[in-house]
Design a protein around this ligand. Structure first.
Ligand SMILES: NC(=O)c1ccc[n+]([C@@H]2O[C@H](COP(=O)([O-])OP(=O)(O)OC[C@H]3O[C@@H](n4cnc5c(N)ncnc54)[C@H](OP(=O)(O)O)[C@@H]3O)[C@@H](O)[C@H]2O)c1
Length: 337
C-alpha cells in the first residue's frame, strides 16, 4: 500500500514556510502481527507541532528531517493481521500527516461512532479536552463566584476551559481574535468576551474583571499575559498550558528584562503559576471521558470544528491555526468518513 505523506524538509526560522515541508509518496511495509494498516480519515493539527519542528530540547523529541510530520489521527482499519481490530473499524491513533500508516495496535483506541462523531476524539473528547479539564480543575481549581479568564477562547482548549468553569459556577471572561469569535463566546454563555486585537483591549479587560482575576488559564502569552498580570488577585492560580503567541519567535522580545519584576508579583500576591503537559494527567482520562462525554451529550459543553478538506491543505491550515484563522478545533479531512 502506498502512502502520500508530508515530511519535515527543513527547520523553520520563525514562521514556517512551504519549503520547510515536502510531499512524497512511498510504499508502506505490510503490517505484521501486532500492527494495523490504516487509512487516515481525520488528521488533527495542533499548536505543539510547531515546537516539534525545532531541534531543541523539550518535553518531546523533535521531528527529524525527512520524517513524517507527527499528529493524532482518526483512521479506518484496512488490515489487522493479529485480529485485534476488524477492517472498517475506526480508531484513534498517531499516524501523522499522511494518507495511510502502519501502526502498532497497542497505541490504537477503537472509537464508537454511535457515541460521538469520530472527529471529536481529536478535540473536545480528546487531547485538547483532557488538557482543558485537567489543567483547569487540577491546577486552576475554580470556585463558585470566582473570575476565570481564558484566551484562544474559541479553540478546543479555551472553549472547553470556559464552559467547564461556567459549570463550576465561576464568572468567565473569554479573549479571542475578532468580533465573530467574540459573538460566539457570548453565544456559549461566557459572561464577557473581549477581542485581544481591539485598541482598548487593556481597558476592556479591566472593565470585564471588576473583582480581579482568580484563575488565568494561560494559552497564549504575549500581550494578553502582560495585560492579565496586574489583574491577578492574591492566591490567583495560573495553569500555564501554552504560549502560542510566541511559538514562531526566534529571539526574546525587545525591552527591559522583567523576570525579576514578574517574580515579585508572584511573591507579593502569593500566585500559583504552574506549567503542565496533559500527559502527566493521563490517569484522569477515564474520569474525563465520563464527565466530558456526559456534558457533550447533554449539550452542557459545546464544540466547534474547523474542518479543512484534503492533506494538500494541511500546511495552510497549520499556519492559519497558529495565527487565529481557524475557528474551532482544526482537523484535516484526509478521506471520506
Ligand atoms: N500543555 C499542554 O499539554 C497542551 C495541550 C494542548 C494545547 N496546549 C496549548 O493550548 C493552547 C491552545 O491550543 P488549541 O489547540 O486550543 O489552539 P487553538 O485555539 O485552536 O489555536 C491557537 C489560537 O491561538 C490564538 N492566538 C494566536 N496568536 C495569538 C496572540 N498573539 N494573542 C492571542 N491569541 C493568539 C488564535 O486564536 P484567536 O483568533 O482567538 O486569537 C489561534 O486560533 C496552545 O498554546 C497550545 O500549545 C497545551
Amino acid at each position: 500500500m502506498d502512502t502520500t505523506r508530508i515530511v519535515l524538509a527543513a527547520r523553520p526560522h520563525g514562521e514556517p514556510t512551504r519549503d520547510d515541508f515536502r510531499t512524497e509518496t512511498v510504499t508502506l511495509p505490510d503490517p505484521q502481527a501486532g500492527e494495523a494498516l490504516l487509512q487516515t480519515v481525520f488528521l488533527s493539527l495542533d499548536p505543539y507541532m510547531r515546537g516539534r519542528m525545532n531541534d531543541a530540547k523539550s518535553y518531546a523529541a523533535p521531528v527529524e528531517l525527512g520524517q513524517t510530520m507527527v499528529g493524532a489521527t482518526v483512521s479506518r482499519v484496512l488490515e489487522a493481521p493479529g485480529g485485534e481490530f476488524a477492517p472498517g473499524d475506526l480508531v484513534l491513533g498517531y499516524g501523522g500527516w499522511q494518507t495511510h500508516s502502519v501502526e502498532p495496535v497497542a497505541g490504537l483506541r477503537k472509537l464508537d461512532p454511535e457515541l460521538a462523531p469520530p472527529s471529536t476524539a481529536l478535540g473536545v473528547l480528546g487531547m485538547p479536552g483532557l488538557t482543558a479539564y485537567t489543567g483547569l480543575l487540577t491546577i486552576g481549581q475554580p470556585k463558585p463566584g470566582e473570575t476565570v479568564v481564558v484566551a484562544a477562547a474559541t479553540g478546543p482548549v479555551g472553549a472547553t476551559v470556559g464552559q467547564i468553569a461556567k459549570l463550576k459556577g465561576a464568572r468567565v471572561v473569554g479573549i479571542a481574535g475578532g468580533p465573530e469569535k467574540v459573538a460566539y463566546l457570548e453565544e456559549l454563555g461566557f459572561d464577557a468576551a473581549i477581542d485581544h486585537r481591539a485598541p482598548d483591549f487593556v481597558e476592556q479587560l479591566t472593565a470585564a474583571t471588576p473583582d480581579g482575576i482568580d484563575v488565568y488559564f494561560e494559552n497564549v502569552g504575549g500581550a494578553v499575559w502582560d495585560a492579565v498580570i496586574p489583574r491577578l488577585n492574591t492566591y490567583a492560580r495560573v495553569p500555564v498550558c501554552g504560549q502560542v503567541a510566541t511559538y514562531n519567535d526566534t529571539e526574546l522580545p525587545d525591552g527591559p528584562d522583567r523576570v525579576g519584576w514578574l517574580m515579585r508579583q508572584i511573591l507579593q500576591r502569593s500566585l500559583t503559576v504552574r506549567g503542565f503537559i496533559q500527559t502527566e494527567f493521563a490517569d484522569q482520562t477515564p474520569q474525563f471521558l465520563q464527565d466530558m462525554g456526559a456534558w457533550v451529550r447533554d449539550g452542557e459543553v459545546r464544540y466547534r470544528e474547523h474542518v479543512v478538506e484534503g492533506l494538500d491543505n494541511a500546511f495552510d491550515a497549520f499556519l492559519g491555526m497558529l495565527s487565529g484563522r481557524n475557528f474551532g478545533k482544526t482537523v484535516v479531512q484526509v478521506s471520506e468518513l
